[in-house]
Design a protein around this ligand. Structure first.
Ligand SMILES: NC(=O)c1ccc[n+]([C@@H]2O[C@H](COP(=O)([O-])OP(=O)(O)OC[C@H]3O[C@@H](n4cnc5c(N)ncnc54)[C@H](OP(=O)(O)O)[C@@H]3O)[C@@H](O)[C@H]2O)c1
Length: 323
């Protein structure tokens, strides 16, 4: 089985990680309604059984609840897994020491002495970036962080972070950005190129377009949560994506009926130095996502899919703060 090494770290991971945002977040993903800790425990066990060894969370997911749940899961397993979490540089968090305090709180929720990957969740314009990079390097020196990553950074911010950290003897190992067949911005905004040049792994979040690539939603059939219904699942978006979904379905047929979601993940798996972290709310999500790993589409099929998704190969400036 192919493994992915995250940047210049010693973390060798299964080609798919799992995003744990839904494992605590209630407003969009319904944690506490149709998903509780017992279900999350099953999803975690199924992920581990399938080979997954990388889980992504953040202090803001469910206001700490996702981290808390991941901490409980870690306490209950002997499986060797890597955990990534994120610090949110919110505008009122500008004083020296906020990173250290927030990290200590995350570690407490995770029940760990140190975290494998600590990421700056987004570049907030009012909080000086350089100070944040130094604050992360300080946490590595404290032994509380093994590796450092960023998220939602553009190519220029990434390069500057890389340089500052490098001078402190710390490697930037990842940039977590949105990347999927309905969001191909990293291919044209310089992020993918900078990642490859610097040996920084691109961690692809929302690799299923938040469910848009599942094929489950059609014009007139949106998800019920307000955030998705009024954002990525607007009628115009649902209409635009249908021809791409048809192509994914057609390619899936050649592999015994793989679903559009599986074909979409399989396409991402072809991209070098990219680690996709789909979210999962039920066992079917986990099992079908993992089944996207064991086969490989042809170059011709990939080209056909890329042509069908060419309308999404554009620079997008929208970055969801705090998500
Ligand atoms: N750094 C950031 O700013 C940022 C932002 C967003 C997300 N993230 C990370 O990325 C992770 C994943 O992102 P996400 O949950 O927004 O988007 P996603 O993985 O693109 O979409 C998840 C949704 O896709 C559907 N799905 C999942 N697996 C499926 C499968 N095998 N077959 C069919 N449908 C499937 C489900 O939708 P239904 O519920 O409709 O069935 C699921 O809720 C998060 O957990 C988080 O760790 C990071």
């Amino acid at each position: 089985m192919r493994k992915i090494r995250i940047g210049a770290s010693d973390m060798e991971v299964f080609p798919l990680g799992i995003g744990a945002m839904a494992w605590g977040e209630s407003k969009v993903w319904g944690y506490g309604a149709d998903l509780g800790y017992a279900e999350v425990r099953e999803l975690f066990a199924a992920s581990i059984a399938g080979g997954v060894n990388f889980f992504d969370t953040a202090e803001v997911y469910g206001n700490g609840r996702s981290e808390q749940n991941v901490g409980r899961l870690l306490a209950e397993t002997a499986a060797p897994v890597y955990v990534a979490t994120k610090y949110a540089p919110l505008p009122w968090r500008w004083t020296k020491g906020t990173v250290s305090t927030a990290l200590d709180r995350s570690l407490k929720r995770l029940g760990q002495e140190s975290v494998d990957l600590y990421q700056l969740h987004f570049p907030f314009p009012f909080v000086p970036l350089k100070a944040q990079w130094h604050a992360l390097a300080d946490q590595v020196a404290r032994g509380k962080v093994r590796y450092v990553g960023v998220s939602n950074y553009n190519a220029d911010q990434m390069r500057r972070a890389y340089e500052v950290l490098d001078k402190r003897g710390v490697k930037l190992v990842s940039n977590q950005v949105e990347y999927s067949l309905v969001h191909r911005s990293p291919e044209v905004d310089g992020v993918l190129e900078a990642c490859r040049e610097l040996n920084v792994t691109l961690i692809a979040y929302s690799p299923l377009g938040r469910g848009l690539l599942s094929g489950k939603y059609k014009p007139g059939q949106k998800p019920t949560d307000v955030f998705r219904a009024n954002g990525p699942f607007k009628e115009a978006h649902l209409r635009k994506v249908q021809p791409l979904l048809e192509t994914l379905e057609q390619v899936g047929k050649a592999y015994g009926g793989k679903t559009p979601a599986q074909v979409a993940l399989n396409w991402l798996l072809r991209q070098p130095n990219v680690l996709a972290i789909p979210g999962a709310k039920n066992l079917r999500h986990i099992q079908t996502s993992l089944d996207a790993v064991s086969w490989e589409m042809t170059a011709e099929e990939a080209a056909q899919i890329e042509a069908a998704s060419s309308g999404y190969r554009q620079v997008e400036f929208y970055r969801p703060l705090g998500s």
